[in-house]
Design a protein around this ligand. Structure first.
Ligand SMILES: C[S@@+](CC[C@H](N)C(=O)[O-])C[C@H]1O[C@@H](n2cnc3c(N)ncnc32)[C@H](O)[C@@H]1O
Length: 257
């Protein structure tokens, strides 16, 4: 796992940076550090950025900004492919386990439509970014009313959590493991390149499908880049193909939703 130091933008943020470093078992950056990836803390919150290229954007979880752009682009959102893929229909809202939470963008879309989301993320750096985003969202006037109830983060590996699940099983398990990007395509935004530099592809992604199929009550949904092979080479019941992505849907035997 890549070790990323936490760096305070100024003395004002030093104590907060120490708390973040301690919580996520990360080192504190030396004040003279001037190269490599860091978790940067300033008045806008926590962000992943590189000290090597000032022009490279930072990666931050900002649900308030995503919320605005999401509504602007998609109206209600119920007709989005991801909503259909998890089975949203009429007033039905499944409880979803997002076992590969990442920056929480997909989870946020589903939570904003009224689904209850449990998020699993195994990288402590990504978990730190997500938690920071969730905390800022709770202070937002609009998001604070529903987001804390609808999105809960567990910073843990998904295979073990799914295998030893306690309590009510989720209706849907959602999987979006990192897929290897072969080309440095312009489509892969600079920020996403930083993210890929941090994590690399999830080489063990196939191991997520069997426990997900055991756990989900109604369906497992896997997001893949268009043209990518099926996860664990297992043919889904439904393939919903979009321009850049495909949702592979595995229906659990006997479930009608
Ligand atoms: C492509 S990103 C997910 C992006 C996410 N769907 C979004 O909308 O932001 C994949 C994430 O899954 C995490 N991940 C991969 N395998 C995992 C596992 N076995 N357990 C928990 N997290 C995992 C990676 O660390 C990475 O952050």
């Amino acid at each position: 796992m890549t070790v990323i130091p936490v760096m305070a933008a100024s003395g004002e943020f030093q104590t907060q940076a120490q708390d973040v470093a301690q919580k996520w078992r990360l080192p504190l950056a030396r004040a003279d550090l001037n190269s490599g990836l860091v978790l940067w803390l300033d008045d806008k919150g926590l962000a992943l950025k590189t000290l090597d290229d000032a022009k490279m954007g930072a990666v931050q979880v900002d649900f308030a900004a995503s919320s605005i752009s999401w509504r602007r682009q998609h109206g209600g959102g119920k007709n989005e492919a991801i909503a259909k893929a998890v089975g949203i229909k009429g007033s039905y809202r499944p409880a979803v386990l997002d076992a590969t939470a990442g920056l929480g963008r997909d989870a946020f879309i589903l939570a904003s439509l009224g689904c209850h989301l449990t998020l699993l993320e195994r990288s402590n750096v990504v978990s730190a970014l997500l938690e920071d985003g969730l905390q800022r969202a709770t202070k937002d006037q609009e998001l604070g009313r529903w987001l804390p109830q609808n999105m809960q983060l567990l910073s843990e590996g998904a295979v073990s959590v799914m295998t030893h699940w306690q309590g009510e099983k989720p209706d849907v398990v959602y999987l979006d493991p990192m897929f290897p990007h072969r080309k440095k395509s312009a489509l892969v935004k600079k920020e996403m390149r930083l993210f890929q530099q941090l994590l690399g592809p999830d080489e063990d992604a196939d191991s997520l499908l069997p426990p997900a199929l055991q756990l989900a009550q109604k369906r497992v949904v896997v997001k893949r880049p268009a043209g990518a092979p099926w996860l664990d080479e297992k043919k889904p019941h439904i393939e919903m193909t979009g321009r850049a992505n495909r949702f592979d849907v595995y229906l659990i035997h006997g479930s009608k939703t």
